[in-house]
Design a protein around this ligand. Sequence first.
Ligand SMILES: C[S@@+](CC[C@H](N)C(=O)[O-])C[C@H]1O[C@@H](n2cnc3c(N)ncnc32)[C@H](O)[C@@H]1O
Length: 266
Amino acid sequence: MKIDFEETTDDLAKRINIHEQFGSRDIDSWMLEVLNLQPGVKILDIGCGAGKQCFSYFHHLNGNADITGTDVSRDLLAEAIAKNEQTGNAVKFQLLDFNLPFLMADNQYDLLSACFAIYYAQDIPWTLAEMHRVLKPGGRLFTTGPMPSNKQLFYDIIKEATGKEIPPMPGSSRYASQIYGTMQQLFSKTEQHIFENPLTFASVEPFMVYTRASMSEDRKLWNSLFQTHEEFEAVMQAIEKVAQRRLSQDGHLVMTKVVGGFIATK
Ligand SMILES: C[S@@+](CC[C@H](N)C(=O)[O-])C[C@H]1O[C@@H](n2cnc3c(N)ncnc32)[C@H](O)[C@@H]1O
């Protein structure tokens, strides 16, 4: 299956910013808690983007780790490399397309991490098998992604505003089912952790910033709802109206992020 992946760094940054400002919980702390990383660990981060998890692992271990971040986006890697100056360029970054054979030899890493990325793979079992191959025996694969109940309010408002069904999203439609199932088949042991983070909005503006950032660059996924710029704007207006009405009723909007963290041991 070919997945259209288009995400500008700007839209990703806007969404991360909204999570940080309006969420009550910190996902990086949760990841560190479930991973329980040990000093000296050798980590490969796949789909690292601007390096969010790489830097979180690095700081948590006070630099006592061998970390390589990889991504297919040269723009995001450039951002990660610029931020890496703060670590004295201690994290390695390199280009890697997870739809192609990894250049790494077998049995190299203690931890493979793929946060909010694996569901963009064209052939999930194939990519997971590559991840399994480069892990050391006893090494762990950690993936995160949205669960089916993720952002219920966001989808409810869009549905009400447009009167249309929500098209399948590559994350929530594949993550809990196909990805966890394949991890169970390939690995000796798997465990599932759930992270819930309610984002509480006292006005519609930040909700609309989030909605625009989410729907504009992922527009190919949403083309049953809009295709032209004018149609996009009309949908945004309809969404804002519904969001405003719900906010007046309830006093606030609560959109809960529900993330699954799956850990599989080789
Ligand atoms: C939602 S971002 C997550 C980035 C980062 N892990 C984080 O949580 O901030 C998804 C990432 O997957 C990367 N990605 C998409 N397709 C990819 C591919 N075929 N190979 C490697 N990375 C890919 C994107 O470039 C993007 O950085």
